[in-house]
Design a protein around this ligand. Structure first.
Ligand SMILES: Cc1cc2nc3c(=O)[nH]c(=O)nc-3n(C[C@H](O)[C@H](O)[C@H](O)COP(=O)(O)OP(=O)(O)OC[C@H]3O[C@@H](n4cnc5c(N)ncnc54)[C@H](O)[C@@H]3O)c2cc1C
Length: 185
């Protein structure tokens, strides 16, 4: 089974397979403790700019994807991009101007992105015994329990059956680009 996340494309290539999963950096910026925004506070997303924030302990966690950044395995924090994130964040939530930046708590990780931003699940018809479970495109944690069950069924029973995963199999890319998921951020 290939569940190598952002490395899934590279791991598939070791087996001679083309599995379109590409790594893209995503940055997380943390404030110092910031009680000025009262709790409870939901995850809050500005659909206009792409800026989002949510509470993380006593602090506020902020982020925004940089659509111009090319695919890479870079996981150092992009401090230049922070200017854009703050510009968008302050425009929508001016109270953030009072917040300090907790530089040591900022981090970056990799999204594992497919052409349509949906995962690739199931047996790969090009190689017997090889199963894809990757390409969650930045929303894999919420998919994890269901996908674990489905991939276990695929391996043990020959086919996932709790949910039909045919629309998520790799052969959906055989005829060119598929409809991209636009409503998951
Ligand atoms: C900043 C950020 C915020 C996110 N926020 C959310 C969120 O709010 N909600 C959500 O649902 N998802 C979120 N995600 C996405 C989520 O983290 C991923 O979709 C999820 O972790 C994918 O799980 P995975 O098991 O497929 O891959 P991963 O968790 O990346 O695991 C892949 C594993 O494979 C290992 N591996 C790689 N190559 C090899 C090899 N050759 N041999 C052996 N092992 C190997 C790696 O070391 C790694 O442990 C976020 C991601 C980032 C970067």
């Amino acid at each position: 089974m290939n569940s190598a996340g952002p490395w899934a494309g590279a791991v598939a290539a070791l087996a001679g397979l083309n599995v379109p999963v590409m790594p893209y950096r995503r940055n997380i910026y943390m404030t110092t403790p910031f009680p000025q925004i009262p709790r409870p506070m939901p995850f809050t997303f500005d659909v206009g700019s792409g800026f989002y924030m949510r509470p993380e302990g006593a602090s506020i966690l902020m982020g925004e994807a940089n659509p111009a950044e090319p695919s890479s395995y870079t996981t150092t924090v992009d401090w230049e991009w922070l200017d854009t994130v703050l510009e968008h964040g302050l425009a929508r939530f001016p109270i953030l101007e009072q917040a300090g930046l907790a530089e040591q708590q900022c981090w970056a990780g990799l999204y594992e992105v497919t052409p349509d931003h949906n995962p690739i699940l199931g047996s790969n018809p090009a190689l017997a015994g090889y199963v894809d479970a990757s390409g969650f495109s930045g929303h894999g944690i919420m998919h994890a329990p269901g996908c674990g069950l489905l991939i276990a069924e695929e391996i043990l029973d020959g086919r996932a059956h709790t949910i039909n995963i045919d629309e998520l199999r790799i052969d959906r890319f055989a005829n060119g680009p598929t409809h991209a998921e636009r409503n998951v951020f």
